[in-house]
Structure formats: C-alpha cells, structure tokens
Design a protein around this ligand. Structure first.
Ligand code: SAH
Length: 356
C-alpha cells in the first residue's frame, strides 16, 4: 500500500467517499506524496515522454511563434513569458535559445514558471541557468506580476483535476472514490442530481460524463483579455464535448489501474477543448483553433527546421530527426490526438499559426 493510499483510506473512513477531482488532485499534487511532487516522471526511465523531450524542434518552434506574437503585440519593451507546468524546463530552454537571434525580444522577456513540484523546479533551475533572462517561480498564476503575457502550457491541463458524474436509474450522481470490501473503489454519491446541462435523458445507465473547471485557464484567460497577449494550450484531447470516461493512469510506460498506486502513477484525463475554449471566452478572451498538433507544427515550419538540422547531421542523427518529426506530427502518433488551442486578447486580431 502506498503512503498516499493509507492517507486516502483514513480520509474516507472518517469523512466518507471523496469526489474523483479530489482524488486526482491528491494523487498528483499532495504536498508530500503527490506524483509530481516526489519525482521526475519524464524520459526513457520515467513514466512517459512529452513533445519537448522528443525533440528540440518543439520548443524552438514555440519560441519562434512567441517572437511573432510579440511583434504583433507591438514589440513591447517588456513581456512576461509564462509557462504552466514546465516539467524539466526543456521547452523553455529550447525556446529561449531559438530566440537569441532576435536580441530585442530576448531582452524584453522575463520568464515566469508555475510549478508545484520541488523536484522539477530544481531541474528547471539547472536547464535555465544560462538562459540569460530573469526567471521566477510561482505556485499559481495569481502570484505573477501584472503585464502583457505570452504563455504556454504543454501537457499541463490533462493533469488538472476533472469531475465525473455517473448515470443511474434515478438520475446523475457525482462519481467518488470510496471503500468497498476494504478496497478503494469507484462509487456513486447517494443523492441523485436534478439534471445535467445538455443531457437529453436518453443516455444509458452507467454512462459517465466529465466536466472540467480549470481555474488556471480562467485566471490566464482573464489576464490575457485585460492585460494583452496570447497563450498556447497543447494537450491530448478532443475538440467536441461528449460522454465517456477518459481518466487514465500510466506507470513505467504502461497503463495501470486508476486506484492501484495512488501517488505513484500519473493520472490524466483527456482535455475537452470545447470546454476550455468556453472558459476562456467567458473571461473575455478570444480563442483560435484547436488545430491538430501535426497541422500546427507544419504551419510553423517543422519540416524546414528538420531539414536544416539534418544538413549538419550524421546518418544516425538524421534518422533520429526523422523519427522525432514523425512522432510529433504523424496522425498515428502525436499528430492528431494532440491539439493546440490559442487563447488571445481580442485586440490582437488574426493570430500567427492559426489565421495566417
Ligand atoms: N510541460 C512539461 C511537463 C508536463 S507534465 C512537458 O511537456 O514536458 C505536467 C507538469 O505540470 C509538471 O511540471 C507538473 O509538476 C506540473 N503540475 C501538475 N499539476 C500542477 C498544478 N496544479 N500547478 C502547477 N503545476 C502543476
């Protein structure tokens, strides 16, 4: 039994079952036993590999995108470059290296990283030690000083807690984690809810519905709508809202039981991009996309970038670059499932990569 399971059991014994969003939050971000708080989950020896860890091209192209947006914003003397959940700091390091060629932009940037994990924060400090720009760390977006913003969140939103509801004969119930026969198990809250928006009453018993209420998205969108700028949200997910259970646990590159290793497996849920766009718009921001990751990276010029890198590469390196290009853009790899949504200040107008 993991230390976090022991803690969750005692919570359930005294207070009753806990909702799925609370369970997810405890598993990922518990201050002592949370998955991200206690380890570096990335890379070949970790549990999963993210786009910036696949290839430097990913961060470089996002850096170039940020530079174009900065020009659209009027080439300001100061801009906050915010990253939510920066992992090992690889994306930001690659992005900043790529924009060194634009000294005015490089000089305008101050980096703000939002990170809950002390382990990853230390890795980010190392990755950005020679970046040549001021870097500050924050627990939440609220802490970042005001000002025009360019932001990026790669595989961050999938780690934010979701709520789940399950249909029974008497209506919809909040889905929770409780104890059944002394084992952690999914249970339905005893009281049915009156109804759910958009549900016609014809969905079968047992259907699961997910809802996300992403506070970081609301805060970021509000900031962008009021103070200017744009953000890229990159993640795996779907463009339209729908029914179904998308919660998954991954441990050592394999799917694991959702309730089996609390705190020791990565828990994520597919991002409902329609819901994220809706939150952003309610805060006064405009949204662009979502585009598939493959399409977005092609529009930013990933093929030309790969060709340039290959020009100075050994045969083995060239093969690795081709493999990384396919991994990031091919429809049967990350190219289709991963999507890119931009949240922007309506005053910016058409946005690089989306409308041009
Ligand atoms: N963007 C990185 C890492 C993705 S993993 C990459 O692409 O490689 C998710 C990241 O979000 C980790 O850095 C994790 O520690 C951080 N994180 C998860 N939940 C968070 C929260 N509620 N607040 C801030 N950071 C969080």
């Amino acid at each position: 039994m993991t230390p976090l399971e022991r803690e969750i059991r005692s919570m359930i014994e005294t207070d009753g079952p806990i909702p799925v969003d609370r369970y997810m939050e405890l598993c990922l971000a518990h201050p002592r036993h949370g998955y991200y708080v206690t380890r570096d989950p990335f890379g070949a020896r970790g549990d999963f590999v993210t786009a910036p860890e696949v290839s430097q091209m990913f961060g470089e192209l996002i850096g170039a995108w940020a530079a174009v947006v900065w020009q659209q914003m009027g080439a300001l003397e100061r801009v906050h470059l915010i990253e939510l959940g920066p992992g090992r700091g690889t994306l930001m390091a690659d992005a900043l290296r790529a924009v060194k060629a634009l000294p005015k932009f490089h000089a305008a940037v101050s980096v703000h990283l939002v990170e809950v994990s002390p382990v990853l924060r230390e890795m980010q400090e190392k990755a950005l030690a020679n970046a040549g720009v001021p870097v500050a760390w924050h627990q939440g977006i609220e802490e970042i000083p005001d000002g025009p913003t360019i932001a990026i969140a790669n595989e961050f939103v999938d780690a934010l807690p979701i709520s789940q509801f399950i249909k029974d004969r008497d209506g919809w119930h909040v889905r929770m984690v409780g104890l059944v026969d002394d084992k952690l198990a999914f249970v339905a809250a005893p009281d049915p809810m009156l109804g759910l928006v958009g549900e016609t009453g014809t969905t079968p018993v047992g259907t699961i519905l997910e809802r996300r209420y992403d506070r970081p998205i609301s805060l970021l969108s509000r900031r962008i709508a009021r103070q200017g700028g744009a953000a890229l949200i990159v993640d795996y997910g779907h463009a339209e809202s729908g029914f179904g259970d998308t919660l998954q646990a991954v441990r050592e590159h394999k799917f694991a039981g959702l309730l089996e290793h609390p705190g020791e497996a990565d828990l994520t849920a597919q991002v409902d991009f329609a819901a994220v766009a809706d939150w952003a718009q309610r805060q006064g921001a405009t949204t662009h996309g979502p585009l598939s990751q493959g399409e977005f990276l092609r529009r930013l010029g990933i093929e030309a970038r790969a060709a340039r890198l290959k020009a100075n590469a050994t045969e083995q390196q060239a093969a690795d670059i081709d493999a990384a290009l396919a991994r990031l853009t091919a429809p049967d790899q990350m190219g289709e499932l991963f999507k890119v949504l931009a949240i922007a200040d309506p005053k910016l107008g058409p946005l690089s990569g989306f409308d041009t």
